[in-house]
Unconditional design. Structure first.
Length: 236
């Protein structure tokens, strides 16, 4: 009887071990990069001169999720965008990341025409620290129909903020230049096929090729560390 119990216990432990191994394998699989949102290291040639060659020629939109924030703070501002005390703001690490991105862009000589930021302070601060300038665009935050009298670039009153964001992603920037957008993840997730929540981490960017007529293509996802690495390679 005792031997039988021991054999059953051993079998049970083996089953648990197999289940744990399976779960571990699944977790490893889940950390693989999204094939629809390739990281820069997953794109042949993009990790080196190829991507830089494209960006130096211009014609791309670079969407940044704001840099790292202080999660002890909460957004309670309603529509009062000017009161930063009611918003989640950049952490010290986020400020450092944003400044580092700016230094990398300067070192890489990436040409930028416009820098548009969501009215949230964490987005404005990211843009200011990285690029030294920004223009607030409600389109990067707003939901639903464009409010009467709201200041937006495109499309006109009566259409939706979603359409405005699509226009910002699909319209080509000034010839020979790139456009920078800085916003939150929630408004952009529905516009990027296959992008899941928090897959674009704070400070990460999507390099997007605008194709016109509401069409665009994600080239790759780039982290703050990736920009620094690219700048280091260019400096050699």
């Amino acid at each position: 009887m005792k031997g039988s119990w021991l054999r059953q216990a051993a079998i049970g432990l083996a089953v648990v071990a197999m289940a744990a191994a399976t779960a571990t394998a699944q977790n490893v699989t889940s950390t693989n990069s999204n094939p629809l949102i390739p990281r820069i290291s997953d794109v042949p040639g993009a990790g080196g001169p190829a991507l830089m060659s494209k960006l130096l020629k211009g014609g791309y939109v670079i969407f940044f999720r704001h840099a790292a924030t202080d999660w002890a703070q909460r957004d309670e501002m309603g529509s009062d965008f000017e009161n930063r005390s009611l918003q989640r703001n950049l952490s010290e690490a986020g400020k450092a990341d944003a400044a580092g991105i700016g230094k990398s862009f300067q070192a890489l000589s990436i040409p930028i025409d416009s820098v548009f930021a969501s009215p949230m302070w964490r987005c404005r601060d990211t843009a200011q620290l990285a690029f030294g300038r920004y223009e607030v665009r409600t389109e990067l935050f707003g939901k639903g129909a464009v409010a009467k009298g709201a200041t937006v670039s495109v499309p006109p009153e009566g259409t939706s903020y979603r359409q405005a964001r699509i226009k910002m992603l699909s319209a080509a920037p000034t010839a020979g230049m790139n456009r920078v957008l800085v916003g939150q993840q929630d408004p952009i997730i529905p516009l990027i096929k296959g992008l899941h929540r928090d897959e674009l981490r704070e400070g990460d960017a999507l390099v997007i090729q605008p194709l016109g007529a509401g069409k665009y293509k994600v080239v790759c996802q780039v982290t703050p560390a990736d920009w620094a690495r690219l700048a280091a390679v260019a400096a050699k």
